[in-house]
Design a protein around this ligand. Sequence first.
Ligand SMILES: NC(=O)c1ccc[n+]([C@@H]2O[C@H](COP(=O)([O-])OP(=O)(O)OC[C@H]3O[C@@H](n4cnc5c(N)ncnc54)[C@H](OP(=O)(O)O)[C@@H]3O)[C@@H](O)[C@H]2O)c1
Length: 282
Amino acid sequence: MTKAFIVGHPIKHSRSPLIHGYWLKQLGISGSYERIDVTPVDFGNFLETFHERGFAGGNVTIPHKEAAFAGVARRTERAERLGAVNTLWVENGVLWGDNTDVLGFMANLDLSLGTGWEQDVDTALVLGAGGAARGIVAGLQDRPLERILVANRTLAKAQDLVGGLERHGTARLEVLAWEDLDRALPGSQLIVNTTSLGMAGQPPLTLDLARAPGRAIVTDIVYFPLRTPLLAAAEAHGLRTVDGLGMLLHQAAPGFERWFGVWPEVTPDLRAMIVADLEASR
Ligand SMILES: NC(=O)c1ccc[n+]([C@@H]2O[C@H](COP(=O)([O-])OP(=O)(O)OC[C@H]3O[C@@H](n4cnc5c(N)ncnc54)[C@H](OP(=O)(O)O)[C@@H]3O)[C@@H](O)[C@H]2O)c1
């Protein structure tokens, strides 16, 4: 029986065991995927010993993604670019790390909007410069955009993010002051919230969406609640919206394939199960 895990601290709210458990059952695979709570002090030891404890690999979440990056022997190019690892596995005795957050975000956009959505987008406006923002900006750099603006409450963090990513593709990366957000809206055809604003228990993100272009796409990576105040406001303005749950579901697939050998499908049934679980915990 193949065993995998998600390691973090705290870890009890993670939906990943539900996602992988669903796929194991659907595909009739004899395997397990368990939550493991490991403190930062113990993480180095966990990395060194999980394989001998019988695990094929697993996911890494807050606060260990940078420590996992530093602790693996080999990294994919994607992980290298992002400085963070969220997926671990062992190949020929070598500990590998990948970062699948970026794939999850882009797959969610592609599948929700249809490939070619970038044709309507010159400028992407990314709000936030935390752990999730970096992968999202890197994913957008791979698309044929002209400009990616990064705005963050703490300007220095947006500057660090932009300064830390090398130029890839066509897009110019620029920092935008938080106070100038509304002014940037008319020229932004893709608006991405990566801040925690709008999450249950947090204040909403309020943007003057009347200023956004009529065909703008608004996406939020916050998925609890699924319909954030930002997405509700975007719908009210007739804008196209993409919620954050798809990112969570799609980032899980590459790890599942590494550990269990089969690429799993993100189905409407899987999504409905996670939505029901989110609803039940409100
Ligand atoms: N859908 C998915 O698969 C997925 C994946 C990862 C994360 N997420 C969600 O994305 C959100 C961010 O995650 P993260 O890991 O990037 O968190 P993080 O590293 O803690 O970053 C939080 C970001 O939110 C900003 N922020 C917090 N409070 C704010 C406020 N009152 N006003 C303005 N900005 C504020 C922070 O700005 P400062 O720098 O100024 O503090 C920072 O940019 C969380 O809700 C998380 O659940 C979803």
